[in-house]
Ligand binder design. Structure first.
Ligand code: PEP
Ligand code: MG
Length: 538
C-alpha cells in the first residue's frame, strides 16, 4: 500500500482500478525549410483547421455543458489569434525552419513563459497553450485526435490533463482523476468541479506502468491517493464512501425546499465564496444567495491589484450567475493573515490588531475607489449588496458612505446606470457590536463575522493553535454580543445575518432562529446540511 498527498479540487471518494493516461505528445524535429513562404501557408492552413475544430467543439460543449464551460474552446480559438503566439511562430519560420518545428517550438516557449509566472492563474494558462499548439500540430501533420478510452469505470491517472481532455472524459466511465501536475485554478480543475468528479491535482506520485490496473482510492476529502489499500483500510473507506453517498442523495431531496422549521420559522441560507467559480457550487447547493464574497482573494497571488475592469468582470459574473438572488460582496479585507506584497505593508508586531481591511481602504482611496467603481458598475447586473469589514466606529461608516456616494454620482455622470445597492457592515469587532444600536441607523444590514468577533472579544489570536480552546465562539461573551447585535438591528428595522464559521454550527441553529437571525451564510457544501437541520427543528 502506498499513500500519496495531493491537492483536492473536488471532494468525494472513489474506489476503482487505475487507468494510466499518457497523452500522445507530438513533437517535431528541428528541420530547415527551403521555401519559407510555403511553410507559412501550411502553418496558416493548420491554424484555420484547428480554429474550425474548436468552433465545432465549442458548439457541442454549449449544448452538453453550457456556455460558461464551453468558453474554454472559445478562449483556445482566441489564442490562435493572439499576436504574441502567432509572432513567435512567425519569427521561427523566418529563421528558415519548417512549420511543424515552428509550431512545436513556439508552443513550448510560450507555455514555458506562462509556467514561470508567479501568478497561479497565469501559470495555469500554460496547459491551454500546450493544448492549442498540439491541436495545430496535429492538424498540420494530419494526425487523428486522441481520446481517453476505457471500457469500465476507472480512476484516471495522468501527468496532466488538458481542458479539452478533461471535458471529453466520459463521466460514466471515469470515477475520479488524479494528476501529477496541475493547479487548483486551472480550467481543468474548474471543469472537474463542474462535472462533480472527485479529483486531486499536484499529487506526489510518479506515473509508472506498474500502477496500471491496480486498485486505488481517491479521497477528495482528505486529499489522499492510495494505491492498493490494505484490506482493513479499504473496508473503512468503503463504509465512509457509502455513508457519504447516501447522505448526498438524501440532501439532494432538499433542493428547492424552504428553510423552514416545523413551526414555520424561516431563515435565509446563503453561501460564502472566494471567487467566481465558487458561485457554481453555491448554485448547485441551492443557496438562496451569496452572503459573503471575500473579494480580497481576487487581490492575492498576483503582482499588482486587479484593475477596475477585472473586478467588474468578476462581480458581474457572480451577479449574473446568481440570477437575481442577493449577492453580498465584501470590500477588500487585506492585512493580518492575508498579505499581498504589492501593497507594501509594513511588518507588524500584532497584525490581527493592525493595519487591515477598511483601515487601509480609507487611507488609500485610490484602491478603494477602483473597487467601488467596479462594484457599482456591476450592480446593474443583479441584486448587489456591498459590505465593509472591520468597522469600529460611526465615523468610518460616515466616511465610507460619502466615498461610496461620490463614486456612484461620478458613474452616473459618466453615463453608467448603477442598480439599487444595499450598504452594510460586518459586525466583527466588539466595538461594532457594542455600538450596533447607533450603527444600525446608518446602514442597510449587518453581517456578523464570528471568526474575528471571537478573537477580538476573547483576546485570542484565531491563528494561534495553542489558543484554540480559548478562542471559542460558544463563549457566553461572544453569544451575548451576537444577541445584542441582532436585537439592535431589528429595533432599527434592518436585517442581520451571520457569515462567520459559527453560522454552520448546527448546535446553535435553534438559538439563532429563536433570536430571529435573518440569514446564515456558510460554505456551499454546508448549505443543504443546514437546511436539513432547520427543517428538523420544532
Ligand atoms: C469573520 O471574521 O467572521 C469573517 C467572516 O471574515 P474573515 O473570516 O474573512 O475574517
Ligand atoms: Mg473577519
Amino acid at each position: 500500500m502506498e499513500t500519496y498527498r495531493g491537492k483536492s479540487v473536488m471532494q468525494g471518494i472513489a474506489v476503482g482500478r487505475l487507468y494510466l493516461h499518457r497523452r500522445a505528445d507530438y513533437h517535431a524535429a528541428v528541420q530547415t525549410a527551403s521555401d519559407p513562404e510555403a511553410e507559412r501557408a501550411r502553418f496558416l492552413a493548420a491554424v484555420d483547421e484547428a480554429k474550425a475544430e474548436l468552433t465545432h467543439l465549442y458548439e457541442e460543449a454549449l449544448v452538453d455543458i453550457g456556455e460558461e464551460h464551453a468558453q474554454i474552446f472559445e478562449i483556445h480559438r482566441m489564442l490562435l489569434e493572439d499576436e504574441f503566439y502567432l509572432g513567435t511562430v512567425a519569427d521561427i519560420l523566418l529563421g528558415g525552419y519548417q512549420a511543424a518545428y515552428a509550431i512545436d517550438e513556439a508552443g513550448k516557449r510560450v507555455a514555458g513563459m506562462f509556467a514561470d509566472m508567479e501568478d497561479e492563474y497565469m501559470k495555469s494558462r500554460a496547459a491551454d497553450i500546450r493544448d492549442v499548439s498540439q491541436r495545430v500540430l496535429r492538424a498540420l501533420l494530419k494526425l487523428p485526435e486522441e481520446g481517453i478510452r476505457s471500457e469500465e469505470p476507472v480512476i484516471l491517472a495522468a501527468e496532466d490533463l488538458t481542458p479539452s481532455e478533461t471535458l471529453k472524459l466520459d463521466k460514466e466511465k471515469i470515477l475520479a482523476f488524479v494528476t501529477v501536475k496541475g493547479s487548483v485554478n486551472s480550467h481543468t480543475a474548474i471543469l472537474a468541479r463542474s462535472m462533480g468528479i472527485p479529483a486531486l491535482v499536484n499529487t506526489e506520485f510518479s506515473l509508472a506502468d506498474s500502477l496500471q490496473g491496480k486498485t486505488c482510492v481517491v479521497d477528495g476529502f482528505a486529499g489522499n491517493f492510495i494505491v492498493e489499500p490494505e484490506e482493513a483500510l479499504l473496508t473503512r473507506i468503503l463504509s465512509r464512501k457509502e455513508a457519504w453517498e447516501a447522505d448526498l442523495l438524501a440532501l439532494e431531496q432538499l433542493k428547492g425546499r424552504e428553510n423552514r422549521t416545523k413551526s414555520g420559522k424561516k431563515i435565509n441560507i446563503y453561501a460564502n465564496i472566494g471567487n467566481v467559480a465558487d458561485a457554481d457550487a453555491a448554485l448547485l447547493a441551492d443557496a438562496g444567495g451569496i452572503g459573503l464574497f471575500r473579494s480580497e482573494f481576487l487581490y492575492l497571488g498576483r503582482e499588482s491589484a486587479p484593475t477596475e475592469e477585472e473586478q467588474f468582470a468578476a462581480y458581474r459574473a457572480v451577479l449574473e450567475k446568481m440570477e437575481g438572488r442577493e449577492v453580498v460582496i465584501r470590500t477588500l479585507d487585506i492585512g493580518a493573515d492575508k498579505r499581498a506584497d504589492y501593497f507594501q505593508l509594513d511588518e507588524e508586531e500584532n497584525p490581527a490588531l493592525g493595519y487591515r481591511g477598511i483601515r487601509i481602504c480609507l487611507d488609500r482611496e485610490d484602491i478603494f475607489t477602483v473597487q467601488l467603481r467596479a462594484l457599482y458598475r456591476a450592480s446593474a447586473y443583479g441584486r448587489l449588496a456591498i459590505m465593509f469589514p472591520m468597522i469600529v466606529s460611526m465615523e468610518e461608516v460616515v466616511q465610507i458612505r460619502q466615498i461610496a456616494e461620490g463614486v456612484r454620482k461620478q458613474l452616473l455622470e459618466e453615463g453608467y446606470v448603477p442598480g439599487e445597492v444595499e450598504l452594510g457592515i460586518m459586525v466583527e469587532t466588539p466595538a461594532a457590536a457594542l455600538l450596533s444600536d447607533r450603527l444600525a441607523r446608518a446602514v442597510d444590514f449587518f453581517s456578523i463575522g464570528t471568526n474575528d468577533l471571537t478573537q477580538y472579544t476573547l483576546a485570542a489570536d484565531r491563528e494561534n493553535r495553542r489558543l484554540e480552546k480559548i478562542c471559542n465562539a460558544h463563549h457566553e461573551a461572544v453569544l451575548r454580543l451576537i444577541e445584542m447585535t441582532v436585537k439592535n438591528a431589528h429595533a432599527a428595522g434592518i436585517w442581520v445575518g451571520i457569515c462567520g464559521e459559527l453560522a454552520a454550527d448546527e448546535t446553535l441553529t435553534e438559538r439563532f432562529l429563536e433570536l430571529g437571525v435573518d440569514e446564515l451564510s456558510v460554505s456551499p457544501s454546508a448549505v443543504l446540511k443546514l437546511r436539513r437541520k432547520v427543517r428538523e427543528l420544532p
